[in-house]
Design a protein around this ligand. Structure first.
Ligand code: ZN
Length: 456
């Protein structure tokens, strides 16, 4: 079903900003593409999707995640730690036990949570690769994305060196040589990367972080290798003050300026977090077109701070939204992301906090832009029919004088009536039709019990 007419919506948030942020009317989809907008009548035989009492938006884009963490929620040792200790105690301590079973169930849990909150495109930054595995995590991730029907960008992570976290090196990450990393990424890209504009599958080159995961001498080679392979570059940056402390101490520069010296900025680069960036770094990011994945849940949960999203946006930069891994964020859904991206800057008295429509544009057009997926992110004629229809049929949304921005300002547990990628349904009548959630819940419980039984 890629031909249909969406009718009766309460309103449309287009993913654009300013005067064009809202629209009214119906949406005709033909061959998976938005063909017409306005007051439209169904043609003979045309299927009608009833969006009565709903808000229609572009499908939401989660631009940074770690799906393997979806069965590492609320691990007690990491619940009250900040970033470095949490990294050591939770993901790094558990990675050797993320076997194919754990990986697959976790990816399913995470993807179900995302899709049921309106995501249609997901980028997953998987950063644990090791020749000790008897399976390929990339394959599992692409498999699961295929089952759900989401567009999927694998940010293929890696580290060429291990690191001390909070001064304790008792747990360490798997490492590869630079040569191994680049060979493996090339093979992964050859198998899955589709550079076509309306691509469903992409690969990005994504060392875990340029500061702590690779040697400084490798930065330029990595950048050039990505360009040669036609892959975007992604990584973690300035998640908290540790990053600037490190680059200032070692290179006498703040992280963004330091990366500029190594050719690690540009329109084909996006970084997760960028919480601790100063005004001069915001300016450079905007000038170079380097994108941000804003992860407010994880930043709040780990006490990392609040990223200057409005400042980057105002400077003409590109902001996208992301949930980040569920081990540092036990609400890895798009609704919580939208709400916190809207509300947290206000709590911090940032007097340039953004409007709801702008926040929605980050979760749609901004996501498409950082991932280089030009056909998604806005509701307009000629764009791919990646669409989410949010039901407002719950007391949380009653009583609104301006109901259209409800999915942002009072998001909560977003209720998706339908969603589509290229006009193909992901969610139908509030459900992922093929997925048995009771069974998935039992699977997640089994995996958690298995992980808990391991003597760490
Ligand atoms: Zn992350």
């Amino acid at each position: 079903m890629t031909n249909f007419l969406i009718k009766n919506a309460e309103g449309i948030l287009t993913g654009k900003i300013g005067q064009e942020a809202r629209a009214k009317g119906d949406i005709r989809v033909r061959d998976g593409v938005i063909a017409e907008l306005g007051n439209l009548e169904a043609k003979p035989g045309e299927k009608v999707i009833d969006a009565g009492g709903c808000v229609v938006t572009p499908g939401l884009v989660n631009s940074h995640h770690h799906l393997f963490q979806s069965c590492l929620k609320a691990v007690p040792s990491g619940m009250n730690e900040t970033l470095a200790a949490w990294l050591r105690l939770v993901p790094v301590t558990h990675w050797p036990y993320v076997d194919e079973d754990v990986m697959r169930v976790s990816a399913k849990v995470g993807m179900a949570e995302l899709v049921l909150s309106g995501a249609t495109t997901v980028s997953d930054h998987h950063y644990f690769y090791s020749d000790r595995y008897d399976y390929d995590p990339s394959e599992v991730l692409f498999d699961v994305a295929g089952d759900f029907g989401t567009r999927f960008v694998l940010a293929r992570g890696s580290a060429t060196k291990t690191r001390k976290y909070d001064g304790d090196n008792s747990a360490s990450v798997p490492t590869e040589s630079l040569e191994q990393m680049l060979e493996s990424v090339a093979a992964t890209a050859q198998r899955w990367h589709d550079p076509a504009p309306d691509s469903m599958r992409r690969v990005a080159l994504a060392p875990t972080t340029p500061t702590f995961s690779v040697d400084i001498g490798e930065l330029k080679e990595i950048r050039q290798a990505g360009r040669d392979m036609g892959l975007r570059l992604h990584s973690h940056l300035s998640e908290n003050k540790d990053y600037a402390n490190y680059t200032l101490a070692n290179y006498k520069m703040r992280p963004v300026h330091w990366l500029a010296e190594h050719d690690w900025l540009g329109e084909d680069v996006w970084f997760a977090h960028m919480v601790d960036i100063d005004e001069s770094e915001v300016k450079v990011l905007a000038e170079t077109g380097t994108g941000m994945s804003h992860c407010p849940q994880a930043n709040a949960r780990l006490g990392s701070g609040i990223a200057p999203t409005a400042a980057l946006h105002a400077a003409g930069g590109t902001v996208s939204l992301a949930v980040d891994g569920a081990a540092a964020n036990e609400a890895a859904d798009m609704g919580t992301t939208l709400y916190l991206a809207f509300a947290l800057p206000r709590a911090a008295n940032q007097n340039i906090a953004s409007r709801a429509e702008t926040v929605l544009s980050w979760a749609t057009a901004g996501g498409g832009k950082v991932l280089g997926l030009d056909t998604i992110g806005t509701i307009e004629v000629g764009k791919s029919a990646d669409i989410a229809i949010f039901d407002l049929d719950t007391p949380r949304y009653f009583g609104q004088h301006d109901a259209v921005i409800s999915p942002v300002i009072s998001a909560g547990d977003l209720s998706v009536r339908h969603s589509f990628v290229q006009g193909r349904p992901l969610v139908e009548n509030g459900k992922i039709p093929w997925l048995d959630l009771t069974e998935l819940r039992h699977e997640a419980r089994r995996v958690v019990e298995k992980l808990k039984s391991i003597e760490l």
